[in-house]
Structure formats: structure tokens, C-alpha cells
Design a protein around this ligand. Sequence first.
Ligand code: SF4
Length: 306
Amino acid sequence: MSDLGLPVKRRVGPDGLHMFDRRTGLNLLFDEVSAPEEEWDRAPRQVSIALTNACDLSCPFCYAPKNPAVLEASRLCAWIDELDAEGCLGVGFGGGEPTLYRHLAPVCRHAADHTGLAVTMTTHAHRFTPQLIDALAGSVHFVRISVDGVGPRYEAIRRRSFVHLVQRIRLIKDAFPFGINCVVNASTLPDLDAVADLAASTGAAELLLLPERPANGRPGSSPHVVDALHRWIASYCGPTPLTMSEGDTGLLPTAQPLPREVGLRSYAHIDAAGMVRRSSYHPAGERVDSSGFIAALDRLRQKGAA
Ligand code: SF4
């Protein structure tokens, strides 16, 4: 098993000096530290990476591109090294389904052994086996599991057994800290209480609520659904912390520890074709070529996307 004990990462940005320990998830911000902009770290704080567009499910709201694409492992490891050197704190692997990426375990091992990055992944969880868990143990710091409903509603969306999902969650929870991701739309909204109960009973560290995005000819969550979601959040009393993406929170009171580190300073996405984007569903992108990730990010910024 890797020693996850590389030194605590240090990042300088517009909000001060940020220290991060991937083993515990501890964040410390020294906001009295003020550094000139030329000394700020250049990488986004977090980068999500679609390893492959392949997936063995076909969820109706999926916005992952359907063209075949997969990242080449040695290029990916070079980007991971660059992200680490330029002050990024964590990478989140997704897809498609990341467990279908055949280099998943060695790439995670590379990130754990050679960088101080936190390694997370988002998965439907059905391909997790004791063997896969053994291969990832010690090099993955957090697993996000997609669960948009319980029982028949889950099975109607994902076309997989809910009982099997719960078995996979119990396997994962014994090996990794984990959270639950829930796409919220008119059909999943009624199951929010049950999903929150599942998160609490399985010991999830967070419940990430994702209003459905427009994709595949579907309009995404209506303002009515988003209002109902915000009301549900306002009345929520459960033990699992709730999280949302920047831009989804509306007028909800939220903790914003890094209010000046926004846009491409905060987050970027690399798709499975090797393009860097503001998010996985944002149309504008820049190819990460031999000049590296930061050069592509700078070109994206110059396009006015930051
Ligand atoms: S599991 Fe994820 S990637 Fe696969 S079809 Fe569903 S939403 Fe898309």
C-alpha cells in the first residue's frame, strides 16, 4: 500500500495561504497571508478528469459525450504531475464510468506515490469488487457514488439492482471515505428523504445535490424543481453534510471559505478527448497539447472563459 503521507500541500491564492491534508481532508486557510498575484499558484484548486467516455449504463440525464474517447495513461500522468507542481489540491476521476478505464489503478497509484494530490472518483459503483478495492486501496482518498433514488426509482433510472448497489456501497465504505451524488429532477425529488436516509445509514461523508443539466434533448431541472430542492435543503436536519456545485445554490446560505478563488482558479475539467473546459458541460475548450495543461488553461482564460 502507498504511504499517503506526502507532506501537507500548500497553496497560495487570492484568499491567502491554504494548507490541505489529503489523508484527513483537513483544510486550513491562513487568510492573513496576502501574496501578490504573480505568486498565486496557477492550477485550479480542483480538476475533474473524464478518463473515458465509455459507460455500461445509459441514464436518461447523462451528459457525458457519447463519442468513443479515452485518455492515454502516460499523457495523463504527465498532466497530474504538472497539476501537482502548479498548486492543484485534488483530481477527481470520472467519465463515462472510471472503473471501465483499464489504467485506473496504475494512474491512481502514480498520483498517490508521486504527488500530494487527493485522488477522488465518481462512479455508479456496480463494478466495485474486492479485487478492484484491493487494487485501489491506498491510492484513492474519496469515492463519490451516484444514487438518484431508492428501490424501484433507482432501478428505473440506472437499470441495475438497488440491492446490489447497497451491497457495493457497503464494500466501498469499508475501504474508502465516500459520498453520495444525487441528480435532482422532477422524478427523483420525491426520493430525496430516502436518499438522505441511505447516506446517513451507510455513513456517507457528504450528499452532493446536482440539479439535472440540459442534455440529450431534456431541458434539465425546471425552476420549480430547483425551488423545491432549495426548500428541502432549508428544512433538512439530517446528519450528512449537504454540498452543491458553485452556481447551483441560489439564495441558500452557504459556507464560502474561499470567496475570491472562483472560476478557473477554483475548478476546471479535462474531458476524455484531452480538452480543458470550465466544466464537463461547458462547450468551449482548449486542447491540452505538448505545451501542457497550464498553457491550455491560459489559452482558455484568454478566450474570456475565466
Ligand atoms: S452512470 Fe454516469 S456516465 Fe454512465 S450513463 Fe449514467 S450518468 Fe452517464
